[in-house]
Design a protein around this ligand. Structure first.
Ligand SMILES: [Zn+2]
Length: 180
């Protein structure tokens, strides 16, 4: 979050790492839900020698119409999205940590307000909500077939949030004028 000058000291509590436990299991779960290996269908029964297998099914030949029905669309929780969402969560954590760091150095929150930011649980919930919203927007793009925008949502989110966090860390600490 954006910060400016002021003078309140706040103890730091890092609550964000806990929320990462909520997102990563989804990725792990998604990796385990790969379609199971195709079971070879049972052969059409023992063939009697000399009998023509005209009525036997042909399981080894895929139906061309069935293959044409399914375009190659990636799963939403594929590896790329899992990495991008982890990146969004990491960027949000950087924003959380940099904001609390700046507050400890006496800077004021501008985008939200100091009361919200100083309530670490509430601030962590806001950061996590931003991550969930980003994933939700990506999902809407995925469902509507905009797979490039789906990826860019996370990429832009990571870029903007990381830039803000670096800016927070780079803000100068205000020092009161000291008597000589
Ligand atoms: Zn997609």
């Amino acid at each position: 979050m954006l910060l400016a000058k002021a003078g309140i000291r706040v103890p730091i509590k890092l609550t964000i790492p806990l929320i990462s436990l909520l997102v990563f299991p989804a990725c792990l779960f998604a990796q385990q839900t790969n379609p199971p290996a195709q079971e070879t269908p049972p052969s059409g029964g023992a063939q009697v020698p000399g009998q023509a297998p005209a009525s036997a099914p042909l399981p080894d030949h895929p139906q061309p119409a069935e293959a044409a029905k399914k375009p190659p669309v990636h799963r939403f929780w594929d590896e790329t999205n899992c990495w991008l969402f982890a990146g969004v969560l990491g960027a949000r954590y950087l924003d959380f940590a940099s904001t609390l760091n700046a507050r400890r150095r006496g800077l004021n929150e501008v985008l939200l307000n100091n009361e919200v930011v100083d309530n670490h649980a509430e601030f962590a919930a806001i950061e996590f909500g931003g991550t969930i919203t980003s994933v939700g927007v990506s999902y809407l793009f995925h469902r509507t077939g905009h797979h490039s925008l789906e990826r860019w949502t996370s990429i832009i989110h990571i870029g903007v949030t990381t830039f803000g966090a670096v800016r927070n860390f780079c803000l100068k600490t205000p020092h009161p004028a000291t008597e000589p």
